[in-house]
Design a binder for this molecule. Structure first.
Ligand SMILES: [Fe+2]
Length: 334
Protein backbone atom coordinates (compact mmCIF):
# COMPACT_ATOMS: atom_id res chain seq x y z
CA UNK A 1 0.00 0.00 0.00
CA UNK A 2 1.31 3.41 -0.97
CA UNK A 3 1.87 5.98 1.77
CA UNK A 4 1.81 8.84 -0.76
CA UNK A 5 -0.69 11.56 0.16
CA UNK A 6 -3.57 11.48 -2.39
CA UNK A 7 -4.12 14.62 -4.47
CA UNK A 8 -7.70 15.88 -4.65
CA UNK A 9 -6.99 19.02 -6.66
CA UNK A 10 -8.93 18.04 -9.79
CA UNK A 11 -12.71 17.66 -9.51
CA UNK A 12 -13.64 16.22 -12.89
CA UNK A 13 -13.31 16.08 -16.65
CA UNK A 14 -15.09 19.29 -17.63
CA UNK A 15 -14.97 19.33 -21.42
CA UNK A 16 -13.44 18.00 -24.59
CA UNK A 17 -12.69 19.83 -27.80
CA UNK A 18 -13.29 17.73 -30.91
CA UNK A 19 -12.03 18.69 -34.35
CA UNK A 20 -14.25 17.98 -37.33
CA UNK A 21 -13.83 18.40 -41.09
CA UNK A 22 -17.65 18.12 -41.51
CA UNK A 23 -18.66 20.81 -39.09
CA UNK A 24 -22.35 21.29 -39.91
CA UNK A 25 -23.03 17.55 -40.06
CA UNK A 26 -21.21 17.01 -36.72
CA UNK A 27 -23.19 19.81 -35.06
CA UNK A 28 -26.44 18.25 -36.32
CA UNK A 29 -25.40 14.81 -35.02
CA UNK A 30 -24.72 16.09 -31.50
CA UNK A 31 -27.80 18.32 -31.36
CA UNK A 32 -30.43 16.27 -33.18
CA UNK A 33 -29.44 12.69 -32.31
CA UNK A 34 -27.62 13.07 -28.99
CA UNK A 35 -29.80 15.89 -27.73
CA UNK A 36 -27.04 18.28 -26.67
CA UNK A 37 -27.94 21.94 -26.19
CA UNK A 38 -25.99 24.66 -28.02
CA UNK A 39 -24.77 27.23 -25.50
CA UNK A 40 -22.48 29.33 -27.69
CA UNK A 41 -20.98 29.77 -31.14
CA UNK A 42 -18.11 31.75 -32.68
CA UNK A 43 -16.26 31.75 -36.02
CA UNK A 44 -14.55 28.41 -35.43
CA UNK A 45 -16.52 26.52 -32.81
CA UNK A 46 -19.90 25.52 -31.41
CA UNK A 47 -20.25 24.89 -27.65
CA UNK A 48 -22.59 22.15 -26.43
CA UNK A 49 -23.70 20.51 -23.21
CA UNK A 50 -26.04 17.82 -21.90
CA UNK A 51 -29.24 18.65 -20.04
CA UNK A 52 -27.77 17.68 -16.66
CA UNK A 53 -24.66 19.87 -17.04
CA UNK A 54 -24.66 23.33 -15.52
CA UNK A 55 -21.30 24.60 -16.77
CA UNK A 56 -20.98 26.42 -20.10
CA UNK A 57 -20.10 23.39 -22.25
CA UNK A 58 -18.79 19.86 -22.09
CA UNK A 59 -18.14 19.64 -25.83
CA UNK A 60 -16.51 22.21 -28.08
CA UNK A 61 -16.74 21.32 -31.76
CA UNK A 62 -14.15 23.09 -33.90
CA UNK A 63 -13.74 23.27 -37.67
CA UNK A 64 -10.55 21.54 -38.90
CA UNK A 65 -9.10 19.74 -41.90
CA UNK A 66 -8.86 16.45 -40.03
CA UNK A 67 -10.88 14.90 -37.18
CA UNK A 68 -9.22 14.46 -33.79
CA UNK A 69 -8.81 15.84 -30.33
CA UNK A 70 -8.38 19.59 -29.83
CA UNK A 71 -7.85 19.58 -26.10
CA UNK A 72 -9.02 18.06 -22.82
CA UNK A 73 -10.42 20.38 -20.09
CA UNK A 74 -10.05 19.51 -16.39
CA UNK A 75 -11.66 21.57 -13.63
CA UNK A 76 -9.91 21.90 -10.29
CA UNK A 77 -11.53 21.92 -6.83
CA UNK A 78 -10.44 25.50 -6.04
CA UNK A 79 -8.26 28.39 -7.19
CA UNK A 80 -5.50 27.27 -4.83
CA UNK A 81 -5.71 23.76 -6.31
CA UNK A 82 -5.24 25.25 -9.79
CA UNK A 83 -2.13 27.11 -8.65
CA UNK A 84 -0.69 23.94 -7.09
CA UNK A 85 -1.27 21.90 -10.26
CA UNK A 86 0.18 24.56 -12.56
CA UNK A 87 3.29 24.75 -10.38
CA UNK A 88 3.67 20.96 -10.60
CA UNK A 89 3.07 20.87 -14.37
CA UNK A 90 5.66 23.61 -14.87
CA UNK A 91 8.13 21.73 -12.64
CA UNK A 92 7.58 18.68 -14.89
CA UNK A 93 8.46 20.78 -17.95
CA UNK A 94 5.08 20.08 -19.59
CA UNK A 95 3.63 23.60 -19.49
CA UNK A 96 2.66 25.67 -22.52
CA UNK A 97 1.09 28.68 -20.81
CA UNK A 98 -2.12 30.53 -19.92
CA UNK A 99 -4.58 30.53 -22.84
CA UNK A 100 -6.56 33.42 -24.29
CA UNK A 101 -9.38 31.57 -26.08
CA UNK A 102 -11.09 30.04 -23.06
CA UNK A 103 -14.77 30.60 -23.83
CA UNK A 104 -16.97 29.62 -20.88
CA UNK A 105 -14.16 29.03 -18.36
CA UNK A 106 -10.81 30.32 -17.18
CA UNK A 107 -8.19 31.53 -16.46
CA UNK A 108 -6.94 28.30 -17.98
CA UNK A 109 -3.44 26.86 -18.26
CA UNK A 110 -2.49 24.68 -21.23
CA UNK A 111 0.03 21.85 -21.16
CA UNK A 112 0.95 18.70 -23.04
CA UNK A 113 1.00 15.01 -22.11
CA UNK A 114 4.25 13.14 -22.91
CA UNK A 115 2.46 11.81 -26.02
CA UNK A 116 1.44 15.29 -27.19
CA UNK A 117 -2.24 15.48 -26.12
CA UNK A 118 -3.16 19.11 -25.35
CA UNK A 119 -4.72 19.58 -21.93
CA UNK A 120 -6.14 22.57 -20.07
CA UNK A 121 -6.75 23.06 -16.39
CA UNK A 122 -8.90 25.76 -14.77
CA UNK A 123 -11.10 26.57 -11.78
CA UNK A 124 -13.59 29.21 -12.87
CA UNK A 125 -16.53 28.35 -15.10
CA UNK A 126 -19.47 30.26 -16.53
CA UNK A 127 -23.03 29.07 -15.95
CA UNK A 128 -25.00 30.59 -18.79
CA UNK A 129 -28.52 31.97 -18.29
CA UNK A 130 -31.08 29.40 -19.49
CA UNK A 131 -33.88 30.61 -21.76
CA UNK A 132 -37.34 30.33 -20.20
CA UNK A 133 -38.54 27.70 -22.66
CA UNK A 134 -35.46 25.54 -21.94
CA UNK A 135 -35.85 25.56 -18.15
CA UNK A 136 -36.73 22.30 -16.41
CA UNK A 137 -39.58 22.09 -13.91
CA UNK A 138 -37.10 20.24 -11.72
CA UNK A 139 -35.10 22.71 -9.66
CA UNK A 140 -32.14 20.34 -9.60
CA UNK A 141 -31.93 19.90 -13.41
CA UNK A 142 -30.06 22.68 -15.30
CA UNK A 143 -32.08 22.35 -18.52
CA UNK A 144 -35.27 20.62 -19.65
CA UNK A 145 -34.77 17.08 -20.97
CA UNK A 146 -34.96 17.77 -24.71
CA UNK A 147 -37.61 15.99 -26.75
CA UNK A 148 -35.20 15.21 -29.56
CA UNK A 149 -33.01 12.21 -30.40
CA UNK A 150 -32.05 10.07 -27.39
CA UNK A 151 -30.59 12.83 -25.21
CA UNK A 152 -27.42 12.10 -23.24
CA UNK A 153 -27.14 13.47 -19.72
CA UNK A 154 -23.48 14.47 -19.56
CA UNK A 155 -19.93 13.94 -20.76
CA UNK A 156 -18.47 10.83 -19.14
CA UNK A 157 -14.89 10.12 -20.19
CA UNK A 158 -12.22 10.36 -22.84
CA UNK A 159 -10.07 7.57 -24.20
CA UNK A 160 -6.82 8.81 -25.69
CA UNK A 161 -4.32 6.77 -27.70
CA UNK A 162 -0.65 6.72 -26.75
CA UNK A 163 2.46 5.55 -28.58
CA UNK A 164 3.55 4.42 -25.09
CA UNK A 165 0.90 4.19 -22.34
CA UNK A 166 3.11 4.00 -19.23
CA UNK A 167 4.65 7.53 -19.39
CA UNK A 168 1.21 9.10 -19.96
CA UNK A 169 -0.26 7.09 -17.07
CA UNK A 170 2.53 8.29 -14.78
CA UNK A 171 2.16 11.85 -16.05
CA UNK A 172 -1.58 11.94 -15.23
CA UNK A 173 -0.93 10.55 -11.75
CA UNK A 174 1.72 13.15 -10.96
CA UNK A 175 0.35 16.20 -12.80
CA UNK A 176 -3.31 16.11 -11.69
CA UNK A 177 -3.61 13.31 -9.12
CA UNK A 178 -5.42 10.85 -11.39
CA UNK A 179 -5.72 7.45 -9.70
CA UNK A 180 -5.06 4.22 -11.60
CA UNK A 181 -8.17 1.97 -11.43
CA UNK A 182 -7.55 -0.79 -13.97
CA UNK A 183 -4.95 -1.70 -16.57
CA UNK A 184 -4.10 -4.41 -19.11
CA UNK A 185 -0.46 -5.37 -19.18
CA UNK A 186 1.02 -7.55 -21.93
CA UNK A 187 3.08 -10.60 -20.96
CA UNK A 188 6.16 -8.94 -22.48
CA UNK A 189 5.67 -5.80 -20.40
CA UNK A 190 4.02 -3.04 -22.48
CA UNK A 191 0.85 -1.52 -21.01
CA UNK A 192 -1.98 -2.05 -23.51
CA UNK A 193 -4.56 0.05 -21.69
CA UNK A 194 -5.03 2.03 -18.48
CA UNK A 195 -8.15 3.47 -16.84
CA UNK A 196 -7.78 6.37 -14.41
CA UNK A 197 -10.08 8.76 -12.58
CA UNK A 198 -9.94 11.93 -10.52
CA UNK A 199 -13.14 11.13 -8.58
CA UNK A 200 -15.52 8.26 -7.74
CA UNK A 201 -16.29 7.13 -11.28
CA UNK A 202 -14.05 4.30 -12.38
CA UNK A 203 -12.48 6.29 -15.23
CA UNK A 204 -12.63 9.80 -16.61
CA UNK A 205 -9.46 9.37 -18.69
CA UNK A 206 -8.51 6.08 -20.32
CA UNK A 207 -5.35 5.33 -22.28
CA UNK A 208 -5.05 2.89 -25.18
CA UNK A 209 -1.83 1.71 -26.81
CA UNK A 210 -1.94 3.08 -30.36
CA UNK A 211 -1.39 0.01 -32.57
CA UNK A 212 -0.20 2.25 -35.42
CA UNK A 213 2.57 3.66 -33.20
CA UNK A 214 1.32 7.23 -33.73
CA UNK A 215 1.29 9.84 -30.93
CA UNK A 216 -1.41 12.03 -29.44
CA UNK A 217 -4.47 10.58 -31.16
CA UNK A 218 -8.04 10.22 -29.90
CA UNK A 219 -9.73 6.86 -29.41
CA UNK A 220 -13.17 8.11 -28.29
CA UNK A 221 -15.26 10.56 -26.33
CA UNK A 222 -18.00 9.03 -24.18
CA UNK A 223 -21.33 10.45 -23.05
CA UNK A 224 -23.49 9.10 -20.25
CA UNK A 225 -27.06 7.83 -20.19
CA UNK A 226 -27.25 5.81 -16.98
CA UNK A 227 -29.90 3.61 -18.63
CA UNK A 228 -28.63 0.71 -20.82
CA UNK A 229 -31.95 0.54 -22.75
CA UNK A 230 -31.08 3.93 -24.25
CA UNK A 231 -28.24 2.22 -26.13
CA UNK A 232 -30.77 0.12 -28.05
CA UNK A 233 -32.89 3.22 -28.69
CA UNK A 234 -29.81 5.06 -29.93
CA UNK A 235 -28.66 2.12 -32.12
CA UNK A 236 -32.06 2.24 -33.80
CA UNK A 237 -31.79 5.99 -34.35
CA UNK A 238 -28.22 5.73 -35.67
CA UNK A 239 -29.24 3.07 -38.20
CA UNK A 240 -32.22 5.18 -39.31
CA UNK A 241 -29.84 8.08 -39.93
CA UNK A 242 -27.09 6.04 -41.63
CA UNK A 243 -24.54 6.72 -38.90
CA UNK A 244 -21.89 3.97 -38.69
CA UNK A 245 -22.13 1.76 -35.61
CA UNK A 246 -18.78 0.16 -34.79
CA UNK A 247 -19.85 -2.19 -32.00
CA UNK A 248 -22.52 -2.80 -29.42
CA UNK A 249 -24.64 -2.45 -27.48
CA UNK A 250 -22.50 -4.59 -25.20
CA UNK A 251 -20.81 -4.61 -21.83
CA UNK A 252 -17.13 -4.19 -20.99
CA UNK A 253 -15.40 -6.51 -18.53
CA UNK A 254 -12.96 -3.75 -17.56
CA UNK A 255 -14.99 -1.05 -15.70
CA UNK A 256 -18.22 -3.08 -16.33
CA UNK A 257 -19.69 -0.16 -18.28
CA UNK A 258 -22.27 -0.84 -21.01
CA UNK A 259 -21.30 0.58 -24.36
CA UNK A 260 -22.26 1.46 -27.91
CA UNK A 261 -19.57 2.77 -30.28
CA UNK A 262 -20.35 4.82 -33.36
CA UNK A 263 -18.61 7.37 -35.59
CA UNK A 264 -19.97 10.92 -35.75
CA UNK A 265 -20.05 12.43 -39.27
CA UNK A 266 -16.66 14.12 -38.80
CA UNK A 267 -15.04 10.71 -38.25
CA UNK A 268 -14.46 10.77 -34.47
CA UNK A 269 -15.47 7.68 -32.49
CA UNK A 270 -18.19 8.37 -29.93
CA UNK A 271 -19.12 6.01 -27.12
CA UNK A 272 -22.56 6.01 -25.58
CA UNK A 273 -22.29 4.77 -22.03
CA UNK A 274 -25.36 3.00 -20.67
CA UNK A 275 -24.43 2.56 -17.05
CA UNK A 276 -21.21 3.51 -15.35
CA UNK A 277 -20.19 0.10 -14.05
CA UNK A 278 -19.03 0.33 -10.44
CA UNK A 279 -18.17 3.40 -8.38
CA UNK A 280 -15.07 3.69 -6.20
CA UNK A 281 -15.18 4.95 -2.62
CA UNK A 282 -12.09 3.30 -1.15
CA UNK A 283 -9.19 5.76 -0.78
CA UNK A 284 -6.68 2.90 -0.98
CA UNK A 285 -8.15 1.26 -4.11
CA UNK A 286 -5.73 -1.29 -5.51
CA UNK A 287 -5.51 -1.11 -9.32
CA UNK A 288 -6.94 -4.17 -11.06
CA UNK A 289 -4.36 -5.51 -13.50
CA UNK A 290 -5.65 -7.76 -16.28
CA UNK A 291 -3.13 -10.10 -17.95
CA UNK A 292 -2.85 -10.33 -21.74
CA UNK A 293 -4.77 -13.65 -21.84
CA UNK A 294 -7.87 -11.92 -20.40
CA UNK A 295 -7.79 -9.00 -22.85
CA UNK A 296 -10.80 -10.13 -24.91
CA UNK A 297 -12.90 -10.66 -21.76
CA UNK A 298 -11.76 -7.31 -20.40
CA UNK A 299 -12.72 -5.42 -23.55
CA UNK A 300 -16.04 -7.17 -24.02
CA UNK A 301 -17.84 -9.15 -21.32
CA UNK A 302 -20.84 -9.71 -23.61
CA UNK A 303 -22.81 -8.26 -26.50
CA UNK A 304 -20.14 -7.43 -29.07
CA UNK A 305 -16.65 -8.42 -30.04
CA UNK A 306 -14.02 -5.68 -29.75
CA UNK A 307 -11.06 -6.80 -31.87
CA UNK A 308 -7.57 -5.40 -31.27
CA UNK A 309 -7.68 -3.60 -34.62
CA UNK A 310 -10.00 -1.16 -32.80
CA UNK A 311 -6.87 0.04 -31.02
CA UNK A 312 -5.48 1.12 -34.40
CA UNK A 313 -8.58 3.07 -35.38
CA UNK A 314 -8.54 6.61 -34.02
CA UNK A 315 -8.48 10.22 -35.14
CA UNK A 316 -6.76 11.65 -37.06
CA UNK A 317 -6.95 8.43 -39.16
CA UNK A 318 -3.86 6.36 -39.95
CA UNK A 319 -3.44 3.15 -42.02
CA UNK A 320 -4.34 0.04 -39.99
CA UNK A 321 -1.36 -2.30 -39.52
CA UNK A 322 -1.72 -6.01 -40.19
CA UNK A 323 -2.31 -8.40 -37.24
CA UNK A 324 1.36 -9.48 -37.13
CA UNK A 325 2.50 -5.90 -36.68
CA UNK A 326 -0.07 -5.40 -33.89
CA UNK A 327 1.15 -8.55 -32.11
CA UNK A 328 4.76 -7.34 -32.44
CA UNK A 329 3.80 -4.07 -30.76
CA UNK A 330 2.10 -5.88 -27.86
CA UNK A 331 5.19 -8.04 -27.49
CA UNK A 332 7.34 -4.93 -27.32
CA UNK A 333 9.10 -5.77 -30.58
CA UNK A 334 7.67 -2.96 -32.79
FE1 LIG B 1 -14.89 4.31 -23.14
Amino acid sequence: MSDAEPIFDVAHLSHAELLTPRFDQSVRFFKDLMGLYETGRDDTSVYLRGYEESHHHSLRLTRADEPGLGHIGLRTTSRAALDRRVAEIEAMGAGIGWVDDATGYGPAYEYRSPDGHRMRIFWEIERPEVAKDQRSRLLNRPMKRPGIGVPVRRLDHLNIMCSDVAPVRDFLIRSTGARLREAVVADAGPVIGAWLSHNNINHDLALTMDMTGASGRLHHVAFYYGVPQHLNDMADLLRENEIAIEAGPGRHGITQGSFLYCFEPGGNRIELFGDEGYLIFEPDWQPVIWPERDLALGLSYYGAELPLTGAAIGTPPRPIPDPAEIMARIQGKA
